[in-house]
Design a protein around this ligand. Structure first.
Ligand SMILES: Cc1cc2nc3c(=O)[nH]c(=O)nc-3n(C[C@H](O)[C@H](O)[C@H](O)COP(=O)(O)OP(=O)(O)OC[C@H]3O[C@@H](n4cnc5c(N)ncnc54)[C@H](O)[C@@H]3O)c2cc1C
Length: 431
């Protein structure tokens, strides 16, 4: 292919497709290259798609997109071996337009989303790996692919190649991820009849529920598990940082088996048929790990730029929003015919002014704090469960006495000062 494009987008996940779609919509000549058989064929997500950032690209996408269920309930479990402390929110306003968030399966969703780009004029080629960026005089001028004669030129190359982004590494924008900057997550899709899902999760057909599970779901290690409802299947998964996994000598598939057989979880899955097993990395280094995101003729978006808020399990929305901001900067750069780093840095500026970098900055020390202080997961979650058990047991103990026993349960075991220190540290990490 010898012709030159305005934009080459590497990757057809939410970040790449958002960028490709908007560039093509504004009249730019866009080539999108995806290594999978089709967009989404290799992509993994627990399954929560955020309405706001999707709608900003395709208004009222819910009338057309392959969605599973609008999420009306979000639950959180602090789980011990045979108990769980739960809290959450259920709001039926989320079952109606404009909805809040949705569960999705990535293979059909990504395929649909990329097709929307094609309808705007994106030239999408699948089953093609971009092997490196072509750099001339310190400027990215195109890409090499694994196809014969696979060199293609463009004014701007968008790296939307996901968490590993070998291309951003090749440019020296980022280093290889360290084990405490990345989580390994494994998940299964389990088919279950719709009626069973509705009964077990107290839902109607057009309502979905998410459960985030902390504590014993990761055997007390830093990380979380999730259980989400699709139309007639469930997504269940668990992940911890690679460093936690290595330190605790955990095997991801053992952890998922442990979770599926946990007495709090197993009844929800009973009778289901496992139809898909997936594993993927999640960039969890946060603010400190965000690399250089703009250079001469190149920008980096989505997971490739480490844009994931692990505490709020937001990734696809940050991918789409960063893809949109990159597209806006590229469209302006095209108007000026200036594809220099200074020009494309408008993308970086927008990113740092947006919720994405503001949120990552807010939690910049959280991962480090919780990684180095495992007591939050392996001590406090069981203690919280014991406290709630005591609180709800009517055994003739006067309530004031019971209150004292509960406080003593926390402070007696760890010491008052240590509990105060732990609370202060946790508050500082998430404030
Ligand atoms: C288990 C799990 C659960 C998650 N749950 C949620 C959730 O509930 N909600 C949420 O918002 N986020 C969630 N995330 C995070 C979310 O999936 C990511 O943040 C999001 O997919 C990032 O989008 P992206 O487009 O940047 O990257 P990706 O979706 O990874 O897309 C990258 C694309 O680039 C392609 N590619 C890579 N290299 C090349 C190459 N050299 N040449 C050509 N193509 C290439 C890949 O095949 C892929 O299609 C979860 C992640 C995991 C792993």
């Amino acid at each position: 292919m010898s012709e030159k494009f305005d934009v080459i987008v590497v990757g057809a996940g939410p970040a790449g497709t958002a960028c490709a779609y908007l560039c093509a919509k504004s009249g730019l000549k866009v080539l999108q290259i995806e290594r999978g058989e089709y967009p989404g064929s290799k992509n993994v997500m627990g399954g929560v798609l955020y309405r706001k950032q999707t709608e900003e690209i395709i208004p009222e996408f819910w009338n057309d997109a392959p969605l599973e269920r609008p999420i009306v309930e979000q639950r959180f479990w602090m789980m011990d071996k045979e108990s769980t402390v739960t809290f959450g929110y259920k709001g039926l306003e989320w079952a109606k337009e404009p909805y809040n968030n949705f569960t999705v399966l990535r293979a059909p969703f990504d395929r649909w989303f990329a097709q929307k780009g094609v309808e705007q004029g994106v030239l999408l080629i699948n089953e093609t790996v971009v092997t490196e960026c072509i750099v001339e005089n310190d400027k990215v001028v195109g890409v090499k692919t694994d196809r014969p004669d696979g060199e293609i030129l463009a004014d701007v190359v968008v790296l939307a190649d996901g968490v590993n982004s070998l291309l951003a590494q090749q440019l020296g924008f980022r280093k290889e991820l360290k084990p405490d900057e990345v989580a390994l997550s494994v998940m299964e899709v389990i088919n279950l009849p719709k009626e069973k899902i509705n009964d077990r999760f107290n839902l109607e057909d057009n309502q979905g529920c998410t459960i985030e599970i902390f504590g014993d779901s990761t055997k007390g290690n830093l990380g979380t598990a999730f259980l989400y409802t699709n139309k007639d299947s469930l997504n269940i998964g668990v992940g911890t940082t690679l460093s936690s996994m290595m330190n605790a000598k955990l095997k991801p598939y053992d952890l998922l088996d442990y979770l599926k057989n946990h007495p709090m979880v197993a009844p929800l899955l009973a009778g289901g048929e496992s139809v898909e097993y997936l594993a993927h990395l999640i960039p969890e280094g946060g603010f400190h790990s965000v690399p250089k995101v703009a250079g001469h003729g190149v920008v980096v978006v989505g997971d490739a730029a480490q844009l994931v808020n692990a505490i709020h399990r937001e990734g696809s929305n940050m991918a789409m929003a960063s893809g949109k901001m990159a597209a806006e900067a590229i469209i302006k750069a095209k108007e000026r015919q200036d594809f220099s780093e200074a020009s494309l840095n408008k993308y970086r500026e927008a990113l740092y002014e947006s919720f994405i970098l503001k949120d990552l900055e807010k939690y910049k020390d959280a991962a480090h704090t919780f990684e180095h202080h495992p007591q939050y997961f392996n001590d406090y979650v069981p203690m919280l469960n014991q406290a709630m058990s005591k609180f709800f047991t009517v055994d003739g103990t006067p309530k004031r006495e019971k209150q004292k026993q509960i406080v003593k349960g926390f402070t007696g075991e760890k010491g008052t000062l240590n509990v105060i220190k732990d609370l202060y540290r946790a508050w500082k990490a998430v404030k």
